[in-house]
Ligand binder design. Structure first.
Ligand code: UTP
Length: 301
């Protein structure tokens, strides 16, 4: 009998400076920005938990406090809601503190995503693990991480998530040069190119913020010097693994995601994500959609 592949540890780097969202991110992490009525980070933790990951490690910075508070109990608010009999809100408040085991580790200097992931080495140990970035929200109705976990178990390498973008958009993303593997629903990643121009892009496949990594990535990160922007880049370490033909943890594979994804990393995408998600909600959607129709009618073309 074949057992279903499992990965129990998820790492969520949340120590970036969030400069694209200043001044909102001056005193709070961008992961705490509300997407309708929950901070972005809660969607991400829920996705990890729903994908079977019970042990979450958040890599935080100076801004650790609000993240920790959000996933903690708040007896005072809970008591007030209980006394009022407001069970619906009580359940919403409690949900965030009942998501599972969440650990926090400070990054120290924000020396890049690769450096943040390397900080997880001791906690993760010698097993495959997931990395989820708070900029990308994956719709709860679509499965991505579970599929990536299966591919990791099958290939023994590391797995990244890719989406197809319009050629003109590729220069905002990391881009993957891939080979199709006959009969498989995942691809082999030959090379990663960070933010290429349209002419230089090897494909229209863009890297998004979900990874299932072999622990061999830690050794590679330790040897990876500062790259673009003077930061230690996860992409550079993945590039090294992609170039390896053999050895433990060699090879990088890609799962092309065709489900619903919401980008919350910059102001315009964030606004679109909030409106899209809110307009699909049962409680807010009908009124919001009605208003949106009126509102768009007032806009000049
Ligand atoms: P980004 O490249 O989006 O950087 O990081 P950022 O600082 O969050 O945002 P901008 O570009 O300045 O607006 C990608 C992910 O890596 C984390 C971030 O928190 C984000 O989830 N990160 C980045 C760290 O944890 N540490 C770092 O040193 C850098």
């Amino acid at each position: 009998m074949t057992s279903r592949a499992t990965v129990t540890k998820a790492v969520i780097p949340a120590a970036g400076l969030g400069t694209r969202f200043l001044p909102a991110t001056k005193a709070m992490p961008k992961e705490m920005l509300p997407v309708v009525d929950k901070p972005a980070i809660q969607y991400v933790v829920e996705e990890a938990v729903n994908s079977g990951m019970s042990d979450i490690l958040m890599i935080t910075g100076r801004n650790k406090r609000s993240l920790e508070d959000h996933f903690d109990r708040v007896p005072f608010i809970e008591k007030t809601l209980e006394d009022k009999g407001d069970l619906e809100r009580l359940a919403m408040v409690r949900a965030a503190s009942e998501l599972g085991e969440i650990h926090y580790l400070r990054q120290g200097d924000p020396k890049g995503l690769g450096h943040a992931v390397l900080r997880a080495k001791l906690h993760v140990g010698d097993e495959p693990f997931a990395v989820l970035l708070g900029d990308d929200l994956i719709d709860a109705r679509d499965e991505l991480l579970k599929q990536m976990v299966e591919v990791q178990a099958k290939t023994g390498g590391s797995v990244i998530a890719l989406i197809e973008v319009e050629p003109g958009q590729i220069s905002s993303y990391g881009c993957a040069d891939i080979s199709v593997i006959e009969g498989e629903d995942y691809v082999r990643v030959n090379k990663l190119v960070e933010k290429p121009s349209v002419d230089e892009a090897p494909s229209n496949l863009a890297v998004i913020g979900r990874y299932v990594l072999h622990p061999a990535v830690f050794g590679v990160l330790e040897e990876t010097g500062p790259g673009r922007g003077g930061e230690i880049q996860l992409t550079d370490a993945l590039q090294t693994l992609a170039a390896q033909e053999e050895g433990e943890g060699a090879g990088v594979y890609g799962v092309v995601f065709r489900g619903r994804r919401y980008d919350t990393g910059d102001k315009l995408s964030y606004l679109k994500a909030v409106v899209t998600l809110a307009s699909e909600r049962e409680d807010l959607g009908p009124d919001l959609r009605e208003w949106l129709k009126d509102f768009t009618g007032t806009l000049e073309s």
